[in-house]
Design a protein around this ligand. Structure first.
Ligand SMILES: [Cu+2]
Length: 165
């Protein structure tokens, strides 16, 4: 039999752990929860939050993966009523700040997927930063967002941040 106080301690420990612990670190940077949406299309996108705990800004310069023929850094800009993807040379990660790559904004564009992105699978993605260097992260493929075709720029992020007790 488990003593109540031990059980409480165990539960507290469990709730403190993120559901999907696949963060990666590179120097002062922490890459939190890289994910992509399941798609049967030729192209997809990867999202993540990159936090910078250091006092100097850094920059995501490029990314690569075997999962796609070509990888670009994109943002989404509004032109009148139309949201359009635009390639960017880099993505800034401010000192003691963060860059959020998310649907409707910055993303790692995966062009010419080798195979469809299937929910529940994952693939490696190498990120190259100006100062922190290269780091490999594991991108989880998640359920395709309902009414969230890539590039349309509407929110609908189905993955709320981990709750802090
Ligand atoms: Cu794109």
């Amino acid at each position: 039999m488990i003593r109540p106080f031990l059980l409480a301690a165990a539960l507290a420990l469990l709730s403190a752990m993120p559901v999907e612990a696949h963060d990666a670190r590179a120097g002062a940077l922490t890459v939190d929860h890289p994910f992509a949406r399941a798609t049967a299309a030729r192209n997809g996108a990867a999202y993540m939050t990159i936090a910078n705990g250091g006092g100097a800004p850094d920059r995501l310069l490029r990314a690569r993966t075997e999962a796609a023929a070509k990888v670009e850094l994109h943002t989404i800009v509004r032109q009148g009523d139309v949201m359009q993807m635009r390639e960017v040379p880099s993505i800034d990660i401010p000192a003691r700040g963060k860059a959020e790559l998310k649907p409707g904004g910055f993303h790692v564009m995966l062009l010419g997927l080798a195979k469809p992105l299937v929910e529940g699978q994952s693939f490696p993605l190498v990120l190259e930063f100006e100062k922190a260097g290269a780091v490999q992260v594991t991108v989880n493929v998640e359920r395709a967002g309902a009414a969230q075709p890539h590039g349309q720029g509407h929110g609908g992020h189905h993955h709320p941040p981990a709750k802090t007790p």
